[in-house]
Design a protein around this ligand. Structure first.
Ligand SMILES: C[S@@+](CC[C@H](N)C(=O)[O-])C[C@H]1O[C@@H](n2cnc3c(N)ncnc32)[C@H](O)[C@@H]1O
Length: 259
């Protein structure tokens, strides 16, 4: 592993999928939203982006899923084949347990998506549809020119990635490289949906602090352009006094890869 992997390497040793889900993806005090505003907006951005109808097709890849099935929940009504991925083996194993039907989690979040889509299906039905549509769970490293190596999968119709590239990158320059590596997996004319944080140098949970690349609004937009995509939609929301980080806001960006 290269020196550039300094930030990523900690995910192999210090990141607990169980604790991450318990802290960030389990509603406690407030039934309609999650306690952590960054995650609450992440869920809402994903739901909105898919509801608008631009993101649809055959194959979708979620980059840096962590232990989360959020992308699969939001994509399952719009795509035939869903692929999840992460850098840390313990996250891949966690996702595989869910895929094999050995555990169920994130029920309130699945319910939120079903209700926002005005559908009548049950959480169990959505889980079965998602498990059927997930066709692969891959190791990924966005710092590699082919992030899915040794797999030769590519030409995805859509790629989603939330709160991942800024944790793998150490600065704007490596963020652009990560984004270029990721968009190489997208077919020309395909879409990338990025959800991320602004001006954030760290986030923490359960006493562990993870560094992130501190990026401004104009930097994330220019990174999309430098990665060969046109920004088709951008949304920004300010956050004051975030609970578990020094972020100043969250963004959702949709880019279309140039033909
Ligand atoms: C903050 S979590 C985000 C998880 C999920 N996407 C979400 O929105 O909650 C960041 C994820 O990025 C992954 N990651 C770290 N370095 C990476 C790399 N070089 N390539 C791909 N993923 C990486 C970590 O393993 C971790 O699961």
């Amino acid at each position: 592993m290269s020196d550039e992997h300094g930030a990523s390497r900690r995910y192999l040793t210090d990141f607990s999928p169980e604790k991450f889900i318990a802290v960030f993806y389990t509603p406690k005090n407030n039934e309609s939203g999650l306690d952590d505003l960054v995650i609450d907006f992440t869920i809402k951005f994903l739901s909105q982006a898919f509801a608008e109808g631009l993101l649809k097709g055959k194959r979708i890849l979620d980059v840096g899923s962590g232990p989360c099935i959020t992308s699969a929940i939001s994509a399952s009504s719009h795509f035939e084949e869903i692929y999840l991925s992460d850098f840390a083996p313990q996250n891949l194993e966690f996702l595989q347990k869910w895929w094999r039907g050995e555990m169920t989690y994130m029920q309130p979040i699945i319910r939120f998506f079903i209700d926002s889509e005005h559908k009548s299906e049950s959480v169990e039905e959505r889980n079965s549809e998602m498990r059927r549509k997930v066709k692969g769970i891959f190791p990924i490293d966005v710092l590699k020119p082919n992030p899915l190596e040794p797999s030769t999968e590519g030409d995805f119709d859509t790629i989603t990635s939330s709160l991942c590239l800024e944790v793998a990158a150490t600065d704007f320059h490596t963020y652009v490289t990560c984004l270029q590596n990721v968009t190489s997996l997208l077919k020309p004319g395909g879409y990338i949906l990025l959800v991320g944080v602004l001006d954030q140098s760290y986030y923490e949970f359960e006493g562990t602090r993870f560094k992130t690349a501190k990026l401004s609004k104009s930097e994330v937009e220019s990174a999309i352009t430098l990665a060969g995509c046109e920004v088709v939609k951008a949304q920004y929301i300010s956050i004051n006094n975030a609970r578990s980080s020094d972020t100043s806001g969250v963004y959702s960006l949709i880019g279309k890869k140039n033909q």
